[in-house]
Design a protein around this ligand. Structure first.
Ligand code: GLY
Length: 360
């Protein structure tokens, strides 16, 4: 169940009482241990939560640590501290913590229950919901993992207060995507309202309740899609809008040692894929103009040049999630909410889409 709360301690007392686990563990990274754990516990002690007992497992932060060594650390802590099949793991953090914690829960004693408490906007609206768990392996992102649904995802907008503008924008890109795939009317107006609300929140902390409502609404769009297709055989692929071009841009910039936050790459990818939607599946010019103007204003110019196109195309071809034989696949829109899966585009048209991204 997805729960929105402004009183995280009370909510956690209620949900853990409902689960009735024999032992409860909280997984944090070094950042969320310092910045977020104090919202969950009454004191700085590492165990003894108000109303329920819990043991803390702390892991290093960052995507570089989303690996088998960190996973082993979590397994070992669970094992040495007496976790059983009836224990509960609470993951408190961004996508790295919820992905590793979810996979530890999927695999420890063949599966224990877990709760995600995402602390970044990106994790709230994407990683923490839907049951995708895993680690990076052999240089490949999310190469090893499992589908394992959390018992609950607890959304608390107060955690967003400590996020900087770039991280809020990064999460907002996935919310923009949810608007485009989930709304058949007023999509561009809704994207503008979202941008205005988050800008006010970022500037002054105002409108937190409105942010909480928009986050819950956004997660609801993903939740409904995942409920229809939990293991991504069909409609769940819609959640990859913007990600074929976006992942290639993200990987290229990482190779060049100028990494960008995931949501920025997705926003630029969406600009290109909305262009492809216009030429391939008839997306109206008003939506194309309105959505791409807003995304360009928010995320700025995409730092790629025409010399990068061949490498970007190769990266797309190597992304096995987006390829069939030798064709690159996209999720496109005939209109907002009118999704076309498994679309292909010739190389020249993909290069046109890259031109379109650069010209914004
Ligand atoms: N991040 C897309 C999905 O969960 O399917």
């Amino acid at each position: 169940m997805i729960i929105t709360t402004s009183d995280i301690q009370q909510t956690m007392r209620e949900v853990t009482a409902g689960i009735g686990a024999d032992r409860t563990f909280v997984l944090c990274d070094v950042n969320t241990r310092q910045k977020c754990l104090p919202r969950l516990v009454l004191s700085s002690r590492t165990s003894g939560f108000p109303g329920f007992s819990g043991q803390l497992i702390s892991i290093p932060a960052g995507d570089d640590n989303k690996n088998i060594d960190t996973l082993t650390l979590v397994w070992r802590a669970l094992s040495e501290q007496g976790a059983t099949r009836h224990s509960l793991l609470i993951n408190l953090g961004g996508g790295v913590v919820t992905d590793i914690g979810g996979f530890a829960a999927a695999s420890f004693k063949r599966g224990i229950r877990y709760i995600n408490i995402p602390t970044t906007l990106l994790a709230m609206v994407d990683a923490a919901t839907g049951g995708k768990t895993g680690i990076n392996f052999a240089g490949l992102k999310n190469e090893v993992g499992a589908f394992h649904q959390p018992e609950h995802v607890v959304l608390c907008a107060a955690f967003l207060a400590s996020l900087d503008k770039e991280n809020l924008l990064s999460g907002m890109a996935e919310m923009m995507k949810h608007i485009l795939i989930g709304h058949d009317t007023d999509a561009v107006a809704q994207m503008e309202t979202l941008a205005d609300t988050l800008a006010d929140f970022q500037a002054s902390g105002a409108r937190q309740d409105e942010v909480a409502r928009l986050v819950r609404h956004s997660v609801g769009i993903k939740e409904r899609i995942v409920a229809q297709d939990p293991t991504e055989k069909g409609i769940r692929k819609a959640l990859n809008l913007g990600h074929t071009l976006g992942h290639a841009i993200e990987s290229l910039l990482l190779e060049k040692h100028t990494p960008v936050l995931h949501g920025y790459a997705v926003a630029w990818g969406m600009i290109g894929e909305l262009y492809l939607s216009h030429v391939q599946t008839g997306l109206g010019v008003d939506v194309l103009r309105g959505a791409t103007r807003l995304l360009s204003e928010l995320y700025g110019p995409c730092p790629i040049g025409c010399n990068d196109y061949d490498r970007l195309y190769a990266l797309m071809l190597h992304d096995k999630k987006n390829t069939s034989a030798d064709a690159v696949r996209f999720v496109l829109l005939a209109a907002p909410g009118d999704i076309r899966l498994d679309c292909t585009a010739p190389r020249e048209m993909i290069f046109e889409a890259l031109d379109f991204i650069r010209e914004r």
